[in-house]
Design a binder for this molecule. Structure first.
Ligand code: ADP
Ligand code: ADP
Length: 234
C-alpha cells in the first residue's frame, strides 16, 4: 500500500495577467519499490512538480496520496507538514548542502539522530551507506575537503538514511562520471526494492536515462508516461 500517487494536480504561480500555469492536471503514480525518471526541458515544471510532491509548496488544485494517506485534496489534509517532510520524504538535491562543521559520517547520520535513533546506531548505518556509495574512506573528513562528486554521494547517503517511503532526487548524478552515476542508480534501485521505497529521479543525464523502466516526460506543465529501455545495471 506504499508509493505515491497524484491526480489532476495543477499549480499556478501568481495572479491575473502575470500568472504562470506551471502544472496542468498532472497524473503520476510511483509504486513502492519502483524507480521512475522525470525528464523535460528547462522551465517545463520539473522543480514545481518535485516541490509539490515533497510538500514544499502547495498545489493550486488536485489530489495527492502517500501510502494510505491522502495528504492533499484541494487543500492539505496532513496538519504537520514539517513532520511529513522529515519522516516520510527523502530529498536528494542537485547541490549537496552539507553542514560544513560536521564530518561526513555525522552529516549522513544527522537525520537519523534527529529522528531519535541512538548516535552509535545512526553512525553505523551511515558507515554502511558510505561504503555502498564508495566514500567510506572520507568518513572523518569535512565536506570542504571532498570533491564535488564525493559531496554528492554523501548527500545521497544522507537522503537515504531514514529509509523514507518516498525519495525525490533532483539531478542526483549530474556531477558524477558514468560508472559512479550508474552506481548511484543501482543503489536507489536496491533501496527501493529492499525498503519498498518509491523513487522519483529528475534528470537530464543521458548516462542514466536508459536505465529507467518507466519515465514521465513533462512539457509545458503536462506529463506523459513512457516506457524506458530498462537497461540492466551491471
Ligand atoms: P523546471 O524545473 O522544469 O525548469 P520549474 O518548475 O522551475 O521548471 O518552472 C516551471 C514554470 O514555472 C516556469 O515558467 C517558471 O518560470 C515558473 N516558475 C517556477 N517557480 C516560480 C515562482 N516561484 N514564481 C513564479 N513562476 C515560477
Ligand atoms: P532548475 O531548472 O535548476 O531547477 P530553475 O531556474 O528552474 O532551476 O529554478 C530555480 C529556482 O527559482 C526554483 O526554486 C524555481 O522555483 C525558482 N523560479 C524559477 N522561475 C521563477 C520565476 N519566474 N519567478 C520566481 N522564481 C522562479
Amino acid at each position: 500500500a506504499g508509493g505515491i500517487r497524484i491526480k489532476a494536480l495543477s499549480k499556478r504561480y501568481g495572479q491575473g495577467e502575470t500568472a504562470v500555469q506551471a502544472l496542468r492536471q498532472v497524473d503520476l503514480q510511483v509504486a513502492a519499490g519502483e524507480v521512475v525518471g522525470l525528464i523535460g526541458p528547462s522551465g517545463s515544471g520539473k522543480s514545481t512538480l518535485l516541490k509539490c510532491l515533497g510538500a514544499v509548496i502547495e498545489p493550486s488544485s488536485g489530489r495527492m496520496v502517500l501510502g494510505d494517506d491522502c495528504i492533499y485534496d484541494n487543500g492539505w489534509r496532513v496538519r504537520d507538514l514539517r513532520a511529513l517532510r522529515r519522516d516520510r520524504i527523502g530529498f536528494v538535491f542537485q547541490a549537496p548542502y552539507l553542514i560544513p562543521f560536521l564530518d561526513v559520517c555525522d552529516n549522513v547520520a544527522l537525520p537519523a539522530m534527529l529522528a531519535g535513533t541512538a548516535n552509535a546506531v545512526a553512525r553505523r548505518r551511515a558507515g554502511e551507506l558510505l561504503e555502498a556509495l564508495d566514500v567510506q574512506h572520507r568518513a572523518r573528513a569535512l565536506p570542504a575537503q571532498l570533491s564535488g562528486g564525493e559531496q554528492q554521494r554523501v548527500a545521497i547517503a544522507r537522503g537515504l538514511i531514514n529509509q523514507p517511503p518516498v525519495i525525490l532526487a533532483d539531478e542526483p548524478t549530474a556531477p558524477l562520471d558514468s560508472e559512479r552515476a550508474l552506481a548511484v542508480i543501482a543503489i536507489l534501485n536496491n533501496m527501493a526494492q529492499q525498503f519498498e521505497t518509491a523513487v522519483i529521479v529528475v534528470t537530464h543525464d543521458e548516462k542514466i536515462i536508459p536505465t529507467f523502466r518507466r519515465l514521465y516526460q513533462i512539457r509545458d506543465g503536462q506529463t506523459r508516461e513512457t516506457a524506458g529501455e530498462g537497461r540492466p545495471l551491471g
